[in-house]
Ligand binder design. Sequence first.
Ligand code: M6R
Length: 613
Amino acid sequence: MCGIVGYTGDESAAPIILEGLSKLEYRGYDSAGMAVFNDKIQKIEIVKEKGRLQGLIEKTNAGNAMMGCCGIGHTRWATHGIPSQKNAHPHFSDDKMVVAVHNGIIENFHELKEYLQNKGYEFYSETDTETVTKLIDYYYKKTEHNPLESLSKALIRVRGSYALGIMFSDRPGVIYAARKDSPLIVGKNDGGKFIASDVPAILSRTRNVYYIDNMEMVELSGEEIKFYNIDGEEITKEQVTINWDAQSAEKGGYEHFMMKEIHEQPKVVKDTLQAFLKDGQIDLKDVGLNEEMMKSLKKLYIIACGSAYHVGVTAKYVIEDLTDVMVEVDLASEFRYRDPKIPEDSLVVIISQSGETADSLAALRMVKEKEINTLGIVNVVGSSIAREADYTMYTIAGPEIAVATTKAYSAQLICIYLLAIYMGRVKGSLEEKVCQDMLQEMMTLPDKIEKILTDKDRIQWFANKFASAKDMFFIGRGLDYAICLEGSLKMKEISYVHSEAYAAGELKHGTISLIEDGTLVVGLMTQTSLGEKTLSNMVEVKSRGAYLMGVTEYGNYNIENTVNFVVYVPKTDAHFTSSLAIIPLQLLGYYISVARGVDVDKPRNLAKSVTVE
Ligand code: M6R
């Protein structure tokens, strides 16, 4: 994980780098640092601080204490070595000739470190980054200070992933960068050039970016940007214009990004839906999927991590119900190591907000090697998964900043419903009229979500009562179980309350022994045929002391005879209930997190984009 930013141009670099890093804290926030070339003393100055970026901001007087127009910065999510000033980036060679920031993992760093130690290098940190920095230094000296050749020689020896920003103390005003399996973009405006891990870091300064591909290097100076392959041969790259609204990467009056993003869901659902509708019909031409391919499709694999995996679980229920296609859902981290036997007429769908999740990306690459068609459902334009999948369906969620996903999850659900209806129609399991009715119903989802959001004060009141809860259980059957998985993850990741999601029928096979007086059990009952069965399971836990919260559709008022606190959501087609029932659970997690004083947007130990396996 980790976020990197670099700037070279006419302006003072440090404030620009700090501003960029503040937009990347979602990638890691246990320490931060900056290196700026000071023209007066002709040296690279480095400042680092443990903890949040705010510490570095204070230490450098908002960057004003660091003079110079060329620099690199880093916000860290520790992989090698504890969060500390010593392990914070930038790292440097013994004589500070080479200074680098890094996002990724150098897998063979022990081996490289030993090699360098034998050459006389000493090490001050526990990081893999210090090793790669010193390896570059070694080759820089060996090649008589040839930056590209030294980078090329060093990086060819490296196994693992990296996005690197590098400065050489005898090359003022120039930044080098290189990438393999960790995201890296380059941007430019009239006054300067940028490197960054992600678009929001530079969005307030430019919309003109280049995506750096694996095993590519870049040289940025005040005058120009040059791109090279790993052999040092110059290559050309296409400039991309980013259409995101800079405002949408800001909090817009909400206390936290998560709350802002929860409130953006009606719009995101609408935008994602509209992006794939033409004249009232689902149109996937821009995605590249065609009817012929869909007709022959026998099996769908859905691969993802975390919340995106939960969308996959929903997808299995929805797609298998609407089509004759078998669906397998897998966690990317499991799938990539189990050598799955994928029949030819299959489509593998990788779902990912960031498009950079290491396990999902590795799974995609493994499938591509088997020459099976792949579809990415991705939010970040130009991300690795988006570019490497054969087909890409973009969720129109805009930048999602809070570590806990909300709006991207909702947008992913919409893509899944569209895919299911499209497949059902093309393969003949759904009549045209049914498809039209379902699309009409989908169009009502934004207003229905809006309506649930108007009830948020009631959920806040309830959340405050359970702010000190130790354990929670989320139970449901069928699609309700898929919602439970996501509701439970929201709870634990942002509130630090232990919580588990269970298929309601499974409880009595062991877990019910954990129910004590006052344990909160949240029952999801949006599926008419299964809701009653879940209610029976809730009665069972109530008689063992549980306190019950229910989520069900308006009209099911008899539930109040059993359940202590009920949240109602508007009625919708049974296939789409995840889109509505998840909203109260997102709010519950959010309000419990706030009541417990947790940093909602940046919960401990997590990062938004998990680029390590
Ligand atoms: O960027 P991705 O969608 O691939 O990320 C997958 C998971 O890391 C992500 O959903 C994670 O579980 C979130 N913290 C959930 O809120």
